[in-house]
Every structure is written in C-alpha cells, then in structure tokens.
Design a protein around this ligand. Structure first.
Ligand SMILES: [Zn+2]
Length: 478
C-alpha cells in the first residue's frame, strides 16, 4: 500500500505521514464562530478533514478529531446587538444549525469544545505565558503576546518581513509593538465578561485554539487544519503561543489548509454577497451528492461551484448507490467461484488497478480530485462488466472497493453498514440468554454477589432481568 504523504504548510513540502504515537492521531480543526448560518465554504473545510480522518481510519489509524466552536467573539457580540438578542442566543442558535448540518452531511467529530466552557483553562494558560516572559499586561486590563520573544514568528505564513506582521491596529498605543496580539481583552461597557487576575474581560480569538487543542490532545498535535485564510494571523499566533507555552517544537507535526470555494471565479464570502447557505444546498442537492461534490477536487485547490458540477456529483451518487445495492444483493445469492475466464481475469485486473490508483491518490496528500476520477472509473467497469458477470470473485472484489469508497464518501451507510448492524443485532439475543444461563448456575451455587453484579450491569445496558424460582427472564427496558 502506498506511503501516505502530507503537504505541510510549514515548510511547504510534501512529507511522509508519521504521527507521534501511531496508530493514534490527534487532529484539531478550527471550527466556526456561529453568528450566521453555515455556508458551503465552511462545509468544504469540515468535509475535507472528515474525509482525511476517514481515509486514515481505513489505513489503520485511530484519529481523535477535535473541532472547536468559538461561541464568544466580536462578531457574535455585534450580531446580538443588531438583533437585540443576547450573545448566548446568537451563538447557540447558529451553533445548533452548524451541528445539525454537519450531521446531515456525514461529518463526525469526537469533541466540539466551546470557548466559554474553558475560560479557566485559558486564564491559566495565559498566566504561564506571562510567567515565562512571553506576554505582558497593560493598565487597561488587556494582555498581549509579545511577538518579538518568539523567534520563529512568520515562518508558517511565509511572512519574512516584520511589516507583514501588523495586526489589531486599534490598540497600537498600548502595545509594545504593532504586531503584538491580544490574549485577553478587557471588557468594554455592555460586553460579556469573566473575572480574571487582570480584571473583567474575555479571551482573544487565537488563544482558545491553543488551549483547547493542547488540552484535548494532551500536548502536541499530529494534524492542525483549517481554511487557508486562517494561516495568518490565526495559525501563526496559535503556533507562537503554544510553542512558547509547551517549550517544545514542533507543537504541530502537519499543518494542513483547505482552498477557497469560488462562484464565477470569486471567493465565496459574506462581503461579496455570494454565499450559498449549507442548509439550502443540502435541501436542493441532498447531503450525499453535496458531500461527493465537496470531495471532487484536491482539498488545497479552488473548488468552483456550478450547477453542472453539482449535477455530475448527483449522477455519481446515484451510480454508487445503485452499485452498492446491486452488489450486496447479488453477493448474498452468489455461489463460490471455481473458475475465472479470460474476460473475468481481465476485469479483475482492471478493478484492482483502479482501487490501487484510488489509494495512491488518497495517499498522495489526499488528492480528492484524482481519487474521484478512479471512483468514476470503477462505476464504468462495474456497469460494463461486473453487472453481467456471475462471478462471486468479481462481486466480492467490487464489494470491497465500494465499501472502502463508502467509508470516505459515506453515500450508502444504510445499504452497506446495515448488514453489519443487523448481524450484531441477531447476535445480541443468544448472548443475553447465555449470560443468564451462567448467572442461574451462579445462583444455584449461592454466589449471589456475582449474580447481583451481572444483573445490575445488564440493567445499565437497558436489559432488565426478572428472577423466578429456578429461572430468569429478561426484557429490554427503554
Ligand atoms: Zn483556531
């Protein structure tokens, strides 16, 4: 199987993927600031990292996916003011929409830490930066990171000259240099605040990601992802804070960034007014076709939205579902193959090569664009040959391929995964019977402690045990 290589934004090189503690992989992706409906540009980033995680899963890695929710921020406060709501109303309303749409589109994340649940940890982290001499406080109650103290600043974004580091211009007067950035912001009148050793205020945007990622990954990260417009200043600042805090480098082994989603060649953005809301796109095209389309170009390149490309994704989706159904139904009825003719052998070879090229594309920095071409190729081979073949070998091999595609693109979980669930469901009943038989024997031998413990463990699983004189029965309690 092809070696997995990742293009690291830091250094701009293709590097062999070697996590710190294989097979475990820690991946942190910068999530949304919920102050409006999620759009398909956001979805591109989230679906891309979900697919990267799923592919690493096929290759035997166990990815822990952390994706934060910035539930307090200038933009949320401004939106709340405009709409005469509280910041909590705004972030929880749009935060719920985001989680709902992610679920519809098949993105599965292990933990969604929210900033406001981690204020204490953020304060402690900032205090360490102050104690180590990387940060300073001002009279107004702000705390800044002193960029000059971190010698590697600018390397992630490739900004070598200092004039490219200017940020947060509104506080120039009190900062030691124009490129220092806020770790803690003193509360302005009418703004939400939390108590801190520096007075009432709230965390700056960059610090939350350093704190929550470090906390949930237990220190260093294997992958840090996000959209490419986060490279500067957000990720540059995160890197400076975290390496200063941890006192080690690299904090992140692989920095990965997704490209823009464009419409008529222009980046989709609020300011241009060319946003397509995720919920609307899912309603129009269906989650499956939309997901396939989002994975139809390399994650780093631009992806251009058009009705034509969406219709193509829809066709591919329909083909894949049709094949998933066809192959799994026919496989159940098929008889073992004892002989492959020349045509079968030829087709088997082609199927194997397509699958191999798909793996090679995915392993080569997750080249979704090349990979999807192999998915098309597979559907053509299926319709041309496998569809009319009685060979169990060809059906088995096709099943194997479509199952691995589904593990990344998630177009037929209901068809392909249901089988495994059903098999497990059928196993549950005889297993409970078996446990109860053993328990009855224990009771006969007066080993009541153990018998009681089995009963309470089963109760925790929702299985209620009813004891009679020499037998026990059970039922599922919902
Ligand atoms: Zn972030």
């Amino acid at each position: 199987m092809a070696v997995i290589r990742v293009r690291n934004t830091l250094g701009r090189r293709l590097e062999r993927f070697q996590p710190l503690n294989p097979p475990n992989v820690n991946m942190y992706v910068c999530g949304p600031t919920p102050q409006d409906y999620a759009h398909i540009g956001h979805a591109r980033t989230f679906v891309s990292f979900d697919a990267i995680k799923r592919y690493l899963g096929i290759r035997g890695y166990n990815v822990f996916h952390i994706q934060n929710i910035t539930d307090i921020d200038d933009k949320i406060i401004a939106k709340a003011r405009d709409e005469n709501k509280t910041w909590k109303d705004v972030s929880s309303y749009y935060g719920t929409d985001y989680l709902n749409q992610l679920e519809r589109i098949g993105v599965k994340i292990d933990i969604h830490p929210k900033v406001t649940d981690h204020i204490q940890e953020i304060i402690e982290f900032i205090q360490v930066l102050i104690d180590k001499g990387y940060a300073y406080t001002t009279e107004s109650g702000n705390v800044y990171f002193q960029v000059d103290k971190y010698p590697d600043y600018g390397r992630l974004s490739g900004r070598i000259s200092r004039d490219q580091w200017r940020q947060e211009e509104e506080f120039l007067a009190e900062k030691k240099s124009p490129y220092d950035f806020a770790l803690w912001k003193a509360a302005k009148p009418g703004e939400p605040w939390w108590d801190s050793p520096w007075g009432r205020g709230r965390p700056g945007w960059h610090i939350e990601c350093s704190v929550m990622s470090t906390r949930y990954a237990g220190g260093q990260l294997d992958i840090h992802g996000g959209a490419m417009d986060l490279i500067f200043p957000h990720h540059e600042n995160e890197r400076a804070q975290s390496e200063a805090y941890l006192g080690k480098t690299p904090w992140v082994r692989y920095w990965m960034h997704t490209g823009y989603l464009t419409i008529h060649g222009e980046k989709m953005s609020k300011s241009l007014g060319n946003i397509i809301v995720l919920k609307d796109a899912i309603n129009q095209w269906g989650p499956g076709p939309l997901r396939l389309w989002l994975l139809s170009a390399h994650y780093r390149t631009q992806l251009e939205y058009s009705t034509q490309s969406m219709e193509q994704a829809k066709r591919l989706y329909e083909r894949l579902r049709d094949i998933a159904l066809d192959v799994s139904t026919r496989l159940e009825k098929s008889e073992p193959t004892h002989y492959l003719d020349k045509r079968d052998l030829d087709l088997l070879e082609k199927l194997r090569n397509t699958h191999l090229r798909w793996h090679e594309s995915m392993s080569n920095d997750f080249n979704f664009g090349e990979a999807i071409r192999e998915v098309w190729e597979f559907t053509k081979l299926y319709y041309k040959g496998v569809k009319y073949s009685e060979s169990q070998t060809l059906l088995l091999y096709s099943f194997k391929i479509i199952d691995s595609f589904n593990r990344v693109y998630a177009f037929a979980d209901d068809i392909l995964l249901e089988k495994t669930d059903k098999a497990l469901g059928e196993l549950a009943e005889p297993l409970i019977d078996l446990i109860l038989e053993v328990r009855t024997e224990l009771r006969k031998k007066r080993m009541y402690d153990l018998a009681d413990s089995i009963r309470s463990r089963l109760a925790q699983l929702g299985v209620k045990v009813l004891d009679y004189k020499d037998k026990s029965e059970w039922r599922i309690e919902k």
